[in-house]
Design a protein around this ligand. Structure first.
Ligand code: JFT
Length: 236
């Protein structure tokens, strides 16, 4: 499940450049007995299966025996909701980040209790297991590591719209099926272009995600643009 995505696009390049290293370890390979059983029925009864604790303890004991060299994160619908702040924090993590992915109904509670530093969910919807959530985290974190996206995205550009929705983008042709690219973008006036983009970002964020706008630190010019936006919307 994991390798096709890791071997595509940006993640593949990050791995090739040596910026990212992903090891995939299957609990089944650490399971006991000839049948390599990783799940069992729940104590107390009920439907579904529970992942046994031993394979997880064995993986971690074998590959990360030193507790201070690992940060163990379990993907779980009960975890705190993943966001860009958590992605940023993980991109700066010096320890190996271990993403524990389960299947079936759940992982035996003792894994969370004794091994796990952090429980994370990628959002309030139900997945079949933790692997997709782990890929989402790997993707979001990796693109924040310096060198992954190349130098084309400057720090200035990143901070420009950080916390706001993105402004509209256009490429050639200048006119398509009667739809024109906004004239300001063809003007070559970069101060004006930047202001237009910031205003568009503020407008879209105000319309669709007012919750984001509340957390965003507004400059005096931002406030002025918001006033302009509100004034302009009175006429539509
Ligand atoms: C779902 C998950 C996340 C995240 C880990 C394990 C089993 C299936 C399941 C589904 C509903 C209730 C278990 C997982 C997630 C998310 C993570 C597991 N399941 N209980 N679902 N939704 N956002 N992260 Cl182990």
């Amino acid at each position: 499940m994991l390798t096709p995505y890791l071997e595509a696009s940006i993640l593949k390049r990050a791995i090739e450049k040596g910026i990212l290293e992903v090891g995939i370890h299957n609990p089944r390979d650490y399971a006991a007995g000839k049948h390599k059983v990783v799940d069992d029925s729940p104590y107390g009864g009920g439907s579904g299966m529970v992942m046994k604790p031993e394979p997880f303890f064995r993986i971690l004991g074998t590959l990360w025996p030193e507790e201070d060299k690992r940060r163990i994160i379990m993907l779980s619908p009960k975890g705190r909701i993943f966001n860009q702040d958590i992605a940023m924090e993980l991109s700066k993590e010096k320890r190996d980040v271990v993403l524990l992915c389960g299947r079936y109904e759940a992982i035996d509670e003792r894994v969370g209790e004794y091994l796990v530093d952090d429980e994370i969910s990628i959002g309030d919807y139900v997945l079949t297991g933790g692997e997709l959530a782990a890929l989402v985290i790997i993707d979001a974190v990796t693109r924040l590591v310096p060198g992954v996206l190349g130098d084309s995205r400057s720090a200035e550009e990143e901070s420009f719209s950080w916390g706001l929705l993105d402004y509209p983008h256009y490429t050639r042709p200048e006119e398509y099926r009667g739809m024109k690219v906004p004239a300001v973008l063809l003007s070559g006036n970069h101060a004006e272009i930047n202001r237009w983009r910031k205003k568009q970002a503020l407008k879209l964020t105000l319309e669709r995600r007012p919750d984001l706008l509340k957390k965003y630190l507004l400059t005096e010019d931002d406030k002025k643009m918001l006033d302009e936006i509100k004034e302009e919307s009175k006429w539509t």
